[in-house]
Design a protein around this ligand. Structure first.
Ligand SMILES: [Zn+2]
Length: 445
């Protein structure tokens, strides 16, 4: 029996919008090749940076097979910064009907553009995403992604309207009002970051609102990496089915890939986004089943086509077909980004490794923070994690035993010793968007 069979809400999704997800693989490859040819021509003619890179490698903008993609130059986030704001646009501004921007942690944002046709494609992949999550006409979708320059809000909004659902464009924040609407409007699905949904769960408990008693049945969570342990926590606390959706502004926004009810990897909408996984050190393409950096080529977007964009997200292309019947290839859920990697005492550590340990242990809550400091030239790692009030009210020995166990398990997983501090519920600051899990104070003293 597969895991999906045991779920009360799991059911096959045969929404008509999902038809392109089931196109036979040979036809899909033909379509990809035709689109790749056209987009490489388009980018070569209209994007100076791309043309220069091709010419410096003495490459003509001709593609004979999909395998040729491995010879094309990469595009990086630095390229988007260097050409700020409109340098990578491939259509005149009068054909651009919308721009979005993603806030960089430092300096200028990166700007992305859409023609009318690009927006239609975006809506279509979001409709297919929501359909894969089992949503349809008649659903009431609370969209708690932030509206604005961030692509999450409007991306999910048009997808939800496109599928014929009733959309509540509530945006992020104002937690008590979110819960009121969730309850009073009979909401059946919510879109948000997983972190913000955890915050809603928390607040609901405080207010005595039982989320399991509501019609809410689906959560579409994305815009930050999260683990399967987090999914289990969310699902058992609320009784909903939680889906992982993946996207990034540079490629289109949310709707690049999504889970189906099997929850075994995310199907990439590869009729629009061609995936590769490369060795991040050498740039060599890796075979299916090997972990590396996800690289995406937009196959149909006109205003800002990106060729071999290095996402810095670490994943694996999964071999073999999915039991749901979709022919779209799957990637493992993104647990980490190469940007997230911390080097502590010379050891590579990803916050997701720590999160997985914390959530597997009984008594801890999914709220934690990782603090890194440097004392006398040596990196110190401290993990603060909230524990249930039950654990806190137990005898003192219980707290110590739990913290010792976490220190041991974390050391086994990441290879270095940490200090674990157990704190009371609601001690760690909550986020209304993406969580701030890591505070690195090295270099500040
Ligand atoms: Zn599937």
């Amino acid at each position: 029996m597969t895991r999906a069979d045991t779920r009360p809400h799991a059911r096959p999704t045969f929404h008509p919008a999902s038809a392109p997800d089931f196109v036979p693989a040979p036809r899909l490859r033909e379509l990809q090749l035709a689109r790749l040819r056209a987009i490489i021509q388009h980018a070569f003619v209209h994007v100076e940076l791309f043309r220069q890179r091709m010419e410096s490698r003495q490459l003509a903008p001709e593609v004979r097979s999909l395998a040729d993609i491995a010879n094309l130059p990469f595009t990086t986030k630095v390229d988007l910064r260097d050409t700020y704001p409109f340098g990578l646009f491939a259509t005149p501004l009068r054909e651009v009907v919308r721009v979005h921007a993603s806030s960089g942690t430092t300096g200028k944002p990166i700007v992305v553009a859409y023609t009318r046709q690009d927006l239609d494609i975006w809506t279509s992949v979001m409709v297919r995403s929501l359909a894969a999550c089992g949503l349809h006409e008649g659903d009431i979708i609370q969209n708690a992604y932030g509206y604005g320059l961030f692509t999450g809000g409007l991306g999910a909004h048009y997808g939800a309207e496109g599928i014929g659902a009733t959309v509540i464009p509530i945006s992020g924040g104002n937690t008590d009002r979110q819960l009121m609407v969730l309850k009073d409007f009979g909401v059946t699905a919510i879109c948000s970051t997983p972190t913000y949904f955890l915050h809603l769960i928390d607040r609901a408990v405080q207010l005595g609102l039982d989320l399991k008693s509501l019609p809410l049945r689906v959560g579409v969570f994305g815009a930050e990496p999260w683990t399967d342990s987090m999914r289990r926590h969310i699902e058992s606390a609320t009784g909903i089915q939680a889906f992982d959706i993946y996207g990034l502004s540079e490629i289109i926004g949310p709707g690049v890939a999504v889970e189906c009810p099997e929850h075994d990897g995310l199907h990439i909408f590869e009729d629009h986004f061609y995936p590769e996984v490369i060795d991040p050190e050498t740039g060599e393409a890796l075979p299916e089943g090997q972990e590396g950096e996800l690289v995406l080529t937009t196959l149909s977007k006109l205003a800002m086509p990106l060729v071999r964009y290095r996402t810095r997200d670490i994943t694996t292309l999964l071999p073999g077909p999915c039991p749901c019947g979709r022919t779209l290839r799957r990637m493992r859920r993104i647990g980490r980004r190469s940007d997230d990697m911390l080097i502590i005492r010379g050891v590579n550590v990803y916050p997701s490794q720590i999160e997985a340990v914390l959530l597997e242990v009984e008594g801890t809550l999914p709220h934690y923070q990782i603090l890194i400091t440097r004392e006398h030239g040596l990196d110190q790692l401290e993990i603060q994690v909230e524990v249930t009030s039950q654990v806190f009210s137990d005898r003192v020995g219980a707290l110590e035993a739990l913290s010792d166990r976490l220190v041991d398990t974390i050391q086994r997983v990441i290879g270095i010793h940490s200090k674990v501090t157990l704190v009371e519920p609601r001690t760690i600051q909550r986020s209304e968007g993406k969580a701030k899990r890591v505070i690195d104070k090295r270099g500040q003293s």
